[in-house]
Ligand binder design. Structure first.
Ligand SMILES: *[C@@H]1O[C@H](CO)[C@@H](O)[C@H](O)[C@H]1NC(C)=O
Ligand SMILES: *[C@@H]1O[C@H](CO)[C@@H](O)[C@H](O)[C@H]1NC(C)=O
Ligand SMILES: *[C@@H]1O[C@H](CO)[C@@H](O)[C@H](O)[C@H]1NC(C)=O
Ligand SMILES: *[C@@H]1O[C@H](CO)[C@@H](O)[C@H](O)[C@H]1NC(C)=O
Ligand SMILES: *[C@@H]1O[C@H](CO)[C@@H](O)[C@H](O)[C@H]1NC(C)=O
Ligand SMILES: *[C@@H]1O[C@H](CO)[C@@H](O)[C@H](O)[C@H]1NC(C)=O
Ligand SMILES: *[C@@H]1O[C@H](CO)[C@@H](O)[C@H](O)[C@H]1NC(C)=O
Ligand SMILES: *[C@@H]1O[C@H](CO)[C@@H](O)[C@H](O)[C@H]1NC(C)=O
Length: 375
């Protein structure tokens, strides 16, 4: 059990991850990517997983976690939506991005593609819209009333282009996400008087997404700026720098920083920077909730009496996981590893993946394109 992933298999995963990133980023970014410098560090990270036995794997086919707008997407309802008339966001400033969002969040796929494709794009679009509008309004947030109207209008516009009607719920976006929340700085001038804007812009004007995930140059600059504006208010009011970091406030201020960037960058650049940033977070962990393994342990623990029953248990467990979410190939690998460790702790000592022919694709509904075998 312990040794269920081979070294060469891990290398393949590392390479395919890079390919995914390359394809994904080149598409959104058009920037050259320095491959050699970072392939090692990525490989090392993946390699930190348990050592393994030889694979019977075929060539991995990386899935590209971005749906480009395509003529195949049936925009079934192109009716002109009825808008509230109370949203001051300038939709025409980000028209292309809204179309991309509608495609990425296409009706029936949205719930499955949510974590990987739809919601990161939806979030990026909202930030871009507010940032672009701040060019005219001078404000980096909407007030509560406007936030309600705008979120509802945005949903209507996207739905009219084929997007799922319930993105608010699918992506857990509330009107408050369009306000300043707890961040004390909302005006563009005020922001620019506090933050070292040239440093921020230099770090984030253009990101190389592979390098960014490793170096976090832009992410650090965003964090630094967010801390600065979050702290600005505190140091004015009580001058107490030994207070613990107000994490919520810093997080809320990150949104303000992102919107300021979207004010300075053109909409499509802003969008691809934000997508690049969220992609760095995407692959970090297994996004699935692994429930307790009692049922598997019962059939597969210690000595396997009945292989059929054991495999039935593990397959039903894995298919339960499948229902939760689309996951990327790397996430699938991490999920498989986590479950493997969990089973091991419960004394399921046989390689049940091998025994029951469970493959990585079973952890990932993206298995359409993925033929990696775990065993
Ligand atoms: C198109 O959308 C409008 C308003 O959102 C709705 O009233 C209408 O029933 C929809 N038509 C179809 C064919 O889905
Ligand atoms: C909205 O954005 C478009 C495109 O960027 C621009 O031409 C137009 O002036 C803006 N309209 C308003 C009211 O800000
Ligand atoms: C919200 O902001 C808009 C301008 O963006 C303003 O017209 C409106 O009065 C504000 N509403 C509240 C409740 O502050
Ligand atoms: C929206 O705000 C809520 C808290 O008000 C937060 O839990 C949630 O993660 C935010 N959603 C996004 C997409 O940022
Ligand atoms: C600063 O905050 C800390 C922790 O809350 C507190 O112990 C300390 O007395 C405060 N110092 C001043 C100068 O207010
Ligand atoms: C595991 O889940 C089952 C039901 O799903 C429950 O009966 C059992 O107590 C749980 N075991 C542990 C160790 O949490
Ligand atoms: C093994 O389990 C299967 C399915 O649970 C059952 O149909 C079969 O009778 C069992 N075989 C033995 C030898 O117990
Ligand atoms: C696993 O096996 C070891 C040694 O056989 C035993 O000490 C431990 O309690 C077992 N753990 C579980 C969860 O059954």
């Amino acid at each position: 059990m312990k040794r269920f992933l081979s070294h060469s298999f891990l290398l393949q995963i590392a390479v395919s991850l890079l390919l995914v990133l390359l394809l994904f980023m080149n598409k959104s970014q058009g920037s050259p990517i320095r491959f050699a410098k970072y392939s090692f560090s990525v490989t090392t990270k993946v390699d930190a997983l348990p050592p393994a036995i030889p694979p019977s794997s075929t060539q991995p086919q990386p899935f590209i976690p971005l749906l480009a707008p395509s003529p195949l997407i049936p925009f079934t309802n192109n009716s002109v939506p009825k808008l509230s008339g109370h949203c001051s966001l300038n939709f025409s400033a980000a028209q292309d991005i809204m179309t991309t969002t509608a495609t990425d969040c296409w009706t029936s796929f949205a719930p499955y593609l949510a974590n990987v494709v739809c919601c990161p794009q939806f979030d990026a679009m909202l930030v871009t819209l507010i940032g672009q509008s701040s060019k005219y309004s001078g404000v980096l947030a909407l007030n509560t009333t406007h936030a309600h109207h705008c979120l509802s209008d945005v949903q209507k516009v996207l739905a009219s282009q084929g997007a799922n009607r319930d993105l608010k719920k699918i992506c857990s976006v509330h009107p408050t996400n369009l306000t300043e929340a707890s961040c004390p700085v909302v005006f563009v001038d005020e922001f620019e008087s506090i933050v070292d804007t040239s440093r921020l812009l230099t770090a984030c004007r253009k990101i190389d997404p592979v390098n960014e995930c490793c170096d976090q140059v832009c992410q650090n600059a965003i964090h630094y700026a967010a801390r600065k504006i979050a702290l600005n208010d505190l140091s004015n009011s009580d001058g107490n720098h030994s207070l613990p970091w107000p994490t919520t406030r810093i997080n809320d201020c990150k949104n303000i920083v992102l919107r300021w960037l979207a004010n300075k960058l053109d909409p499509s650049t802003a969008n691809s920077v934000f997508r690049g940033l969220s992609n760095c977070n995407l692959n970090r962990v297994c996004p699935l909730v692994l429930p307790n393994v009692t049922s598997v342990v019962k059939e597969c623990g210690n000595l396997i009496n009945n292989q059929t029953a054991c495999c039935k248990a593990i397959k039903s467990y894995v298919s339960y996981l499948q229902e939760q979410s689309f996951v990327t190939n790397l996430q699938a690998l991490k999920c498989a590893t986590s479950l493997g460790k969990k089973l091991q702790q419960e004394n399921v000592s046989k390689n049940v993946y091998n025994l029951c022919r469970i493959s990585l694709k079973d952890f990932s509904l993206q298995g359409w394109h993925c033929h990696i075998s775990l065993a």
